[in-house]
Design a protein around this ligand. Structure first.
Ligand SMILES: [Zn+2]
Length: 449
């Protein structure tokens, strides 16, 4: 479980989210017209098409080949460079009536989307097609071998992948398979590919039970399920309750199906997350907003039961409808409170996603600078680490990033000018939800068993 993803935006108020116009994305990408079956027409270029293509007006470049680079009108109304990742015929269209799955080359893959031909500026087409992509089979149906390879290559995390494996990952995960999900009161547009079992390949929308996280192809199936499902909260122990907020600890070994469902769901919003089917080794901390209808999941983080590398968090996610409310920061803070109770230092598993890194940097900055501000006299990194459960390396990199560390007479010295600290604290943002430690009732896993 490699990647980290939360929404740091609201917490700091100033964290940039990459968008094609360089401003802060206002919540989720809203991809209109992106709900389509996954099935790809990989044999669209028959000889018949070829002859028809020549007859079509303005057909010099149509249909566009996979790999083509062209300018595309985005939702901001401006044109941005894209690369065509995939194409498919429109069900009732003519021979050149394709739509195109494009990657905005300057921006994160979460903004990839299906676009209509009219959004593309055909005058800007660059005809040099990336051969590697062109040669690839365009069907998204994975063979079992390919699927296993993806699972294997994910295990070590993104940074460990060699270039070939990474290309393979990109290749088989390039097009979002599930475009939207229904979860509780929300219909949510997804961000990334998630390797649902093959029988779901023909779905663009899935219906999740918000309590047990079972997923179904049709609304009626979900409605039938909801009449029978007796869960009103995640399975497992409620270990924290404050106001309407509850945290549940779910043991992946005792609740295997729930753990797997959670992973499938989370992968839709995490790019390089490892999808472990072996959820036995993990605990899942599921944060819920509770009301009289039940406890509604807003996000979660997972944690290895035993980590040699002192990881205290594997994956973290705030579901899109609940982002920008400080939950990501709450989850990070919670993971450190668990580490403090265990009497250990912890660090998140790498790699961190762009959003994850921003969240962590913000958290570390706030926690460390709060202490430095109040502290009189010298303080060492080791002492800071003992007080916060933040790993020494993370403390050092945070303080170095803020240029608060100087190297004097052969050792690192923290320089904490109060004015500078205030400036950094302000930039790191405040607010959000605090973890009320006295409401955490929890026994570390080791002692539970
Ligand atoms: Zn259910």
């Amino acid at each position: 479980m490699g990647s980290i993803d939360t929404s740091p935006r609201a917490e700091s108020g100033s964290d940039p989210i990459p968008t094609p116009n360089g401003t802060t994305a206002n919540g989720l990408p809203t991809v209109e017209g992106s709900v389509h079956p996954l099935a790809m027409d990989s044999t669209g270029d028959s000889a018949e098409n070829e002859s028809l293509r020549k007859r079509t007006k303005g057909s010099g470049v149509l249909p566009l080949e996979v790999g083509t680079r062209v300018m595309c009108r985005w939702r901001d109304g401006k044109y941005h460079p894209v690369k065509v990742i995939e194409r498919r015929k429109l069900p009732c269209g003519g021979v050149n009536d394709y739509e195109y799955y494009v990657h905005y080359t300057e921006f994160n893959r979460r903004l990839d989307e299906w676009v209509k031909l009219e959004q593309l500026d055909l005058n800007s087409v660059e005809t040099v097609v990336d051969e590697k992509v062109e040669d690839k089979v365009t069907s998204l149906k994975m063979t079992r071998h390919q699927k296993r390879k993806i699972d294997e290559t994910h295990v070590e995390g993104h940074e460990e992948l060699d270039a070939a494996s990474l290309r393979e990952h990109e290749e088989f995960t390039k097009v979002k398979n599930i475009a939207t999900i229904e979860l509780g009161r929300y219909e949510i547009e997804t961000w990334y590919f998630s390797p649902f079992p093959p029988e779901y390949n023909d779905c663009s929308k899935l219906f999740f039970c918000e309590f047990c996280l079972n997923f179904m192809k049709r609304k009626e199936q979900l409605q039938r399920h909801m009449r029978k499902c007796d869960l009103k909260h995640p399975p497992g122990d409620e270990i924290y309750r404050s106001g309407t907020l509850s945290m549940f600890e779910v043991d992946g070994k005792k609740n295997k199906v729930y753990g797997q469902n959670l992973c499938y769901l989370a992968k839709l919003f995490l790019d390089h997350k490892t999808l472990y089917y072996d959820v036995d080794l993990f605990l899942f901390y599921v944060l819920c907003e509770c009301d009289d209808r039940g406890c509604h999941m807003v996000g979660y983080f997972s944690k290895e039961k035993h980590s040699e590398e002192s990881y205290n968090l594997a994956c973290i996610l705030t579901l899109p409808p609940y982002q920008r409310k400080g939950y990501g920061k709450f989850l990070i803070a919670f993971s450190y409170e668990l580490s403090k109770k265990e009497g250990k230092v912890g660090t998140p598993e790498r790699p961190l996603s762009d959003l994850g890194m921003l969240s962590y940097r913000g958290y570390w900055t706030r926690v460390l600078l709060d202490i430095l501000k109040k502290h009189k006299g010298n303080i060492s990194i080791k002492e800071l680490s003992d007080m916060t459960a933040i790993k020494a390396e993370d403390i050092l990199s945070t303080l170095q990033g803020l240029e608060l560390i100087q190297y004097r007479k052969g050792q690192h010295v923290i320089c904490a000018d109060p004015k500078v600290l205030d400036r950094h604290l302000k930039a790191a943002g405040r607010g959000g939800l605090e973890v009320d430690v006295c409401k955490l009732i929890w026994t570390p896993y080791k002692e539970q068993n």
